[in-house]
Write a protein that binds this ligand. Structure first.
Ligand code: HAM
Length: 418
């Protein structure tokens, strides 16, 4: 048997209802906030991620699915969506449409990580980005939108963590302080960290091994210049005015190089070690890095698989995609009539399942129960002869003979109570 690749999932019977529930919430929230959808390719030039996410990040160094195509180009399956959005923004000159540009995306991302609960190699993100605004109002809207989305899904037990990592100027001072802090410890660090010390010292804070040392490192907030400080204060004020609680995590620098100023994460206590459900922040330098003019921007992304896990663990009830009616016809002629009834029901907006197996009525009934249909329509020889149908209410097994001409109205009425 050929099996699926490690770290990927087949999403169907046991969770597809959750996915559709989440997708509906995405459409609703993005419409409410008036963001435009963007669908970028799932693969891009490798250079895009190297330049934007950063050469020394774990994502670029260890986690990318990179290959040469038949034309000898280096291609990478996108590990995240922001770099592609920035590239598309520049390539399509969205800036000419007037600032800001508010975009959202939903789709698969690929990271060669060690698979575990909540961590996959193909996972899906819903993300939103505002390009063109430097204001803390944009940071606030992005965080509020992520919150509204979780609220729409009825998810609770979440906590927002915010930080500011400053602009490149404040960050140089911070990096110096970090280098000084780590200088005596560097020989005791893991191999990756020893390399990061020289190449990109801020990435030391992402280390999953040397966590304790990172926990006592200097905080980014102590190195902010006046403008960055004011920007962060404004964001805090907007959050407070909207009653969105937050904690400050002065060590949160996020694992991608393009961030500046605001960084934030939303975590859930209902998940295990992979507790981060939303990640985001400001990336004022990214558009320039991918070849555009300076354009400040901010955004978030959330992992849909983690949200599915949360909905399940918080036992949030969602409506299922079970049919309203199952049509059970006992022979070929009966089935032809059955399809006609199905057409009428579907036209009336009723979800109708037709059993296309040629088997006896007992087995058809068993199958109808399994589909979860609330009503079965039985069509046998007698029904055809008399121009009637037998309507069976699955909940209590009661049956009614109904004239075929009035069947649709009868079913609509019964479904209100079945
Ligand atoms: P990120 O924190 O790398 O940020 O990912 C965002 C979310 O994607 C995480 O909070 C998590 O829910 C989900 N996620 C990440 N990796 C995996 C995985 N291996 N398996 C399952 N879920 C995963 C970004 O990707 C940024 N582009 C976010 C952003 C948008 N920043 C600004 N705009």
């Amino acid at each position: 048997m050929i099996t699926r690749i490690k770290g990927t999932q087949d999403i169907s019977f046991d969770s597809i209802d959750y996915w559709q529930y989440i997708e509906e919430a995405i459409r609703k929230i993005t419409r409410q906030y008036s963001y435009t959808e963007i669908r970028t390719p799932v693969f891009e030039a490798t250079e895009l991620f190297k330049r934007s996410v950063g050469e020394s990040t774990d994502v670029v160094q260890k986690e990318m699915y990179t290959f040469d195509d038949k034309g000898g180009r280096s291609i990478t399956l996108r590990p995240e969506g922001t770099a592609s959005v920035a590239r598309a923004f520049v390539e399509n000159s969205f800036i000419n449409l007037g600032s800001p540009t508010k975009l959202y995306y939903v789709g698969p991302m690929f990271r060669y990580e060690k698979p575990q609960t909540g961590r996959l190699r193909q996972f899906h993100q819903f993300g939103a980005e505002i390009l063109g605004s430097e204001s803390a109002l944009a940071d606030f809207e992005i965080i509020e939108m992520a919150y509204s989305f979780l609220k729409e899904l009825r998810i609770s037990n979440t906590r927002l963590f915010i930080n500011s990592i400053g602009c490149p100027t404040c960050r140089e001072k911070y990096k110096e302080a970090l280098r000084a802090y780590y200088s005596e410890k560097v020989t005791t660090l893991c191999e990756d960290c020893r390399r990061r010390y020289d190449t990109n010292v801020m990435r030391l804070l992402d280390c999953k091994i040397d966590k304790e040392i990172a926990g006592n490192a200097p905080m980014t907030l102590d190195f902010l210049d006046d403008d960055c400080k004011e920007h962060f204060e404004e964001l805090k004020m907007y959050l407070e005015r909207a009653n969105i609680d937050y904690d400050i995590d002065g060590h949160m620098v996020r694992g991608l190089d393009y961030y500046s100023r605001t960084a934030f994460e939303i975590k859930s206590s209902s998940l295990g070690s992979q507790d981060q459900i939303v990640g985001g922040g400001r990336y004022d330098g990214l558009v320039e890095i991918v070849g555009g003019k300076h354009c400040p921007a901010v955004g978030f992304a959330t992992g849909i698989e983690r949200i599915v896990m949360l909905l399940k663990s918080e036992e949030i009830s969602i409506s299922s995609s079970k049919p309203d009616v199952a049509i059970l016809a006992t022979g070929k002629n009966e089935a032809i009539v059955g399809f006609e009834y199905a057409r009428r029901l579907r036209k009336a907006g009723i979800s109708t399942y037709v059993d296309v197996m040629e088997r006896n009525i007992r087995n058809k009934m068993k199958h109808a129960s399994r589909t979860g249909a609330r009503i079965s329509l039985i069509i046998g020889g007698e029904e055809i002869e008399k121009g009637i149908v037998t309507v069976r209410i699955m909940r209590d097994g009661s049956q009614y003979k109904v004239n075929g001409d009035y069947m649709t109205n009868y079913i609509v009425d019964k479904l209100r109570n079945a």
